[in-house]
Write a protein that binds this ligand. Structure first.
Ligand code: MG
Ligand code: CA
Length: 536
C-alpha cells in the first residue's frame, strides 16, 4: 500500500508548467523531438523547433503591391517611424523588414539575424545571400511591439516592371513567413486596383492559410462613394480567382494613415471598420497560445506517421543481399507501405505526406541506416497528445482571461482611452511632464476658440465628448489622430472638455493640419494654466 503511494507520487513528478507556451516547449523537447531525431524527421519535413519559435511574439505579415500603404500602415499602428523606414510613391521598400521591439534604435542586417539563436529567423539562411541582403530587423522602443512583431514586405510590382528578377525565391520566403504569421494582411489601393501576376502568385503562396488572411482596401477616401462600391466589387471578383473562399475573408474598408480624409462622407464606415480591425488584431496575443498548440499537435501527428513509415521501410529491407534493388522497389511501391502503416496503426489516409515528395527524398537516404520501431518513443507522444495537451488546453481559457487585461496590445494607435469619443480600447496613465510656469502658447488664440466653445452649448462650463467629436471631425482628420488629440486635450481625464481643454484641442488640430507631428506627451508650454497642478 505504502509502496503504491510512493510510486504514484513519483509518477506525478511532472514539470511544473506555469503557462501554455512553456508547457508546449517542454512537451516538444521531451516527447516529440526524440521521435523526430530518431527517424530523421528534419530531412523530410521541417527543421527542429528552437526555443525562439515558441517564445516569439505573434507576427503580423503585410503583403501588397507597391504603394498600397504597407509601410505607412505600420507607421499608422506605431504612431512613429521605425529605423530604416522609407515611404514614397515608387516601390520604396525593397526588402523584408521585421519591425520588432528593442531598447536601442537600430537596424540589424539579415546575415546577423540568421546566426542569432535568440531569434526565430535562423532557418531563413537557406534562402541564400541574395535574400539575406534584402532582409533586416528594425528595432525600436514602441509599446505596440512589446506584444507583436510586424513584417513589412517588398512592394510587389505590376505591369512591365514585374519582370525584374529578385535573385531569390520571393514566393518561398513569403511562404516561410506566412506559415509562422498569426495574421496576414493583404493591402489593396482603392484608387489603383490592378493585380499583377507576381501578386497573384504571392496570394496563391498563402493558400492553406486562408484563416489568417484579412484584407484591407486602403486609401478608400481617395474615391467617392459610388467608385468605392465599384472597386469593392472588382476586388471581390479578382480575389475569387485566387482565394478559395473570398466571400468569408473579411475585407476592411478604410484609410489607414494620419492625413485628412479626401472624401469624408464615409467617415463613419471607416471608423467602424478600423475599430473592427483593431479588435481583430487585439486578439492576436491572446490567441497565439492556441495557434501554437494546434500547430504542435499537427507536428506531433506527422512525426508519428513519419516514424511508422521509416520503421516499416526498415523492417522490409533484406538483411543481406539485394539491398539496392529492394530500396528502389520500396520507393516505387511506397503506396503499399502507406497502406501497411494505415492498417497496422490505424492512421487515417489524410495524415500521410504526399507520395511524390516522399519518394524524391527517400532516394537520398541509406535505408540500412533507418531505425526499427521503438514503441516507447511513440507511446510518449501518444501520452502527451492524450493527457498533456488536454491539460494545456484547459489552461488556455484561464490564461486568456488573465491576458485580457495584461497582454493586450498597448501604445501607438492602440492607445485611445476608454472615455475617448474616438475609439474604445485600453487606457494608460499619462505623464504630463514637469512644467515650470511658462506662458501658455494657446492664449493668443483663445478669443476665437472661446466664441466657438460658447456656440457648442457648454453645460457647467464643459462640453461632452460627443459634442467635441462632432466639431472636431470637421477637420477631416482621421479618428486615430483625433483620438490622440482628445487624449492630450482632456488633461484632467473627466471625459469632458472645459474651455481651456477645448482651446488645446483646437490648437493641436491646427498643428496636425499644418502637417506637423503631435507631441507624445504635453510639453509644459502646452499645459493649460489651470491644469498645471497635474504636472506636479
Ligand atoms: Mg513600403
Ligand atoms: Ca476634461
Amino acid at each position: 500500500m505504502l509502496r503504491w503511494l510512493r510510486e504514484d507520487s513519483s509518477a506525478r513528478k511532472q514539470p511544473d508548467i506555469r503557462n501554455v507556451i512553456e508547457g508546449l516547449q517542454e512537451f516538444y523537447k521531451d516527447c516529440i523531438l526524440p521521435l523526430e531525431e530518431h527517424y530523421k524527421f528534419s530531412d523530410f519535413h521541417s527543421p527542429p523547433l528552437d526555443p525562439a519559435d515558441f517564445s516569439a511574439n505573434p507576427m503580423i505579415l503585410l503583403v501588397g503591391q507597391y504603394s498600397t500603404g504597407k509601410t505607412t500602415f505600420i507607421r499608422y499602428l506605431l504612431e512613429q517611424d521605425f529605423p530604416g523606414i522609407r515611404v514614397g510613391p515608387e516601390p520604396t521598400t525593397d526588402r523584408f523588414i521585421a519591425v520588432m521591439y528593442g531598447e536601442k534604435e537600430q537596424v540589424i542586417p539579415g546575415n546577423a539575424l540568421v546566426v542569432d539563436p535568440d531569434r526565430q529567423f535562423r532557418k531563413l539562411s537557406r534562402f541564400g545571400n541574395a535574400f539575406l541582403n534584402r532582409f533586416q530587423c528594425s528595432q525600436t522602443q514602441n509599446d505596440v511591439l512589446n506584444s507583436i512583431t510586424i513584417v513589412d514586405t517588398p512592394g510587389i510590382l505590376s505591369g512591365e516592371k514585374q519582370r525584374l528578377d529578385r535573385g531569390y525565391d520571393f514566393v518561398g520566403v513569403l511562404e516561410w513567413f506566412a506559415e509562422r504569421a498569426d495574421r496576414i494582411i493583404l493591402l489593396f489601393d482603392a484608387h489603383k486596383l490592378d493585380i499583377s501576376d507576381e501578386f497573384r502568385r504571392s496570394i496563391e503562396a498563402l493558400k492553406g492559410h486562408d484563416d489568417k488572411i484579412r484584407i484591407v482596401l486602403n486609401k478608400s477616401d481617395m474615391v467617392d462613394h459610388q467608385q468605392l462600391m465599384r472597386v469593392y466589387g472588382a476586388l471581390m471578383w479578382s480575389l475569387g480567382k485566387v482565394l478559395q473562399t473570398p466571400e468569408v475573408t473579411r475585407v476592411y474598408i478604410g484609410s489607414f494613415w494620419d492625413k485628412p480624409l479626401q472624401h469624408d462622407h464615409n467617415r463613419k464606415l471607416f471608423e467602424d471598420e478600423a475599430k473592427d480591425l483593431f479588435k481583430d488584431l487585439q486578439c492576436l496575443p491572446r490567441n497565439a497560445a492556441l495557434r501554437k498548440l494546434n500547430d504542435l499537435i499537427k507536428r506531433a501527428r506527422l512525426a508519428k506517421v513519419h516514424a511508422y513509415i521509416i520503421s516499416t521501410l526498415q523492417k522490409n529491407m533484406p538483411s543481406m543481399f539485394g539491398k539496392d534493388s529492394k530500396k528502389n522497389q520500396l520507393i516505387q511501391n511506397l503506396h503499399e507501405t502507406y497502406r501497411e502503416v494505415e492498417k497496422e496503426h490505424g492512421i487515417s489516409p489524410g495524415d500521410f505526406p504526399p507520395l511524390g515528395k516522399m519518394r524524391e527524398l527517400l532516394k537520398e537516404h541509406d535505408f540500412t541506416k533507418f531505425h526499427q520501431l521503438r514503441p516507447r518513443l511513440i507511446s510518449k507522444v501518444d501520452n502527451m497528445l492524450a493527457n498533456g495537451m488536454t491539460k494545456l488546453m484547459q489552461m488556455i481559457p484561464q490564461e486568456e482571461e488573465m491576458m485580457k487585461t495584461e497582454h493586450v496590445i498597448r501604445g501607438g494607435a492602440f492607445h485611445h482611452t476608454d472615455n475617448s469619443p474616438f475609439a474604445g480600447g485600453e487606457g494608460e496613465g499619462a505623464d504630463y511632464g514637469k512644467g515650470e510656469l511658462t506662458d501658455w502658447v494657446v492664449n493668443e488664440k483663445m478669443d476665437k476658440y472661446e466664441s466657438e466653445f460658447m456656440k457648442l452649448g457648454p453645460v457647467d462650463g464643459k462640453i461632452s465628448g460627443a459634442t467635441a467629436k462632432k466639431e472636431m471631425v470637421k477637420s477631416k482628420l482621421p479618428n486615430t489622430v483625433l483620438g490622440r488629440i482628445w487624449k492630450l486635450s482632456d488633461v484632467d481625464k473627466d471625459g469632458k472638455l472645459d474651455l481651456e481643454e477645448w482651446g488645446l484641442a483646437r490648437h493641436l488640430i491646427e498643428i496636425k493640419l499644418e502637417q506637423n507631428e503631435l507631441p507624445m506627451d504635453l510639453p509644459p508650454h502646452l499645459i493649460p494654466p489651470s491644469k498645471r497642478e497635474f504636472s506636479e
